[in-house]
Design a protein around this ligand. Structure first.
Ligand code: ATP
Ligand SMILES: Nc1ccn([C@@H]2O[C@H](COP(=O)(O)O)[C@@H](O)[C@H]2O)c(=O)n1
Ligand code: MG
Length: 199
């Protein structure tokens, strides 16, 4: 027999993955506007946690400076709280899961499987150019940390994309194109088949 909690409808989750600077945050803002999702960037939540003066702040700050992945326990708690606080039931989870530990822990704790994984594919040189001209004052947007982030992306994050690809869940987008062109492709992915009109 199930408990009342078991009968609650699970939220819809789309994981948004891609290398540093591939345009995840930029495209998520467009998706929110058109499709009513709530955008949760794991990186933004971790940066807010540093600013809040939390006991984990120094640890998170040091890991971000080194381009390392913060333990799942910390990030998942932040994601769960943000999901609860939003009042929505559709989420774009940007920059998570970043490694196998993130992936397995999220599944074990929340029992949520993503509807699909939006993957922004972009060459490293283009991502580097974008980050170096971003000017948002991020402590990890310097060439030394960028190189470390690229290494972590290749070694730890791409295997997560491959895992979901093997389950047929990855929607890969060429993210090297201009912002509007990338969004045209993204829009088609989020538009239900029955709403697509023949041209
Ligand atoms: N398709 C694009 N063409 C050119 N510039 C872009 C494109 N998409 C995003 N940008 C710019 O590149 C920079 C990085 O984009 P964004 O912050 O969305 O990337 P991100 O994937 O969220 O990066 P991170 O993983 O570091 O958070 C921003 O300055 C953004 O305006
Ligand atoms: N699941 C995650 C996501 C991010 N981090 C840390 O934050 C840094 C910045 O992330 P962005 O997505 O905003 O680029 C990232 O390099 C990690 O240090 C994390 O630990 N776990
Ligand atoms: Mg981002």
């Amino acid at each position: 027999m199930g408990t009342a909690g078991d009968s609650e409808k699970k939220p819809t989750v789309v994981f948004v993955l891609g290398g540093p600077g591939s345009g995840k945050g930029t495209q998520c803002a467009n998706i929110v506007e058109h499709f009513g999702y709530t955008h949760l960037s794991a990186g933004d939540l971790l940066r807010a946690e540093i600013k809040s003066g939390s006991e984990n702040g120094t640890m998170i700050q040091n890991m971000i400076k080194e381009g390392k992945i913060v333990p799942s326990e910390v990030t998942i708690k932040l994601l769960q709280k943000a999901m609860q606080d939003s009042g929505n039931d559709k989420f774009l989870i940007d920059g998570f899961p970043r490694n196998e530990e993130n992936r397995a822990a999220f599944e074990a704790v929340t029992k949520i499987e993503p509807a699909f994984v939006l993957f922004f594919d972009c060459p490293e040189e283009e991502m580097e150019r974008r980050i170096l001209s971003r000017n948002q004052g991020r402590e990890d947007d310097n060439i030394e940390t960028i190189r470390k982030r690229f290494k972590v992306f290749l070694e730890s994050s791409l295997p997560v994309v491959e895992y979901y690809d093997s389950k047929g869940k990855v929607r890969k987008v060429d993210a090297a194109k201009p912002i509007d062109e990338v969004f045209e492709v993204v829009k088609a992915i989020f538009t239900p088949e029955e709403e697509k009109v023949a041209v």
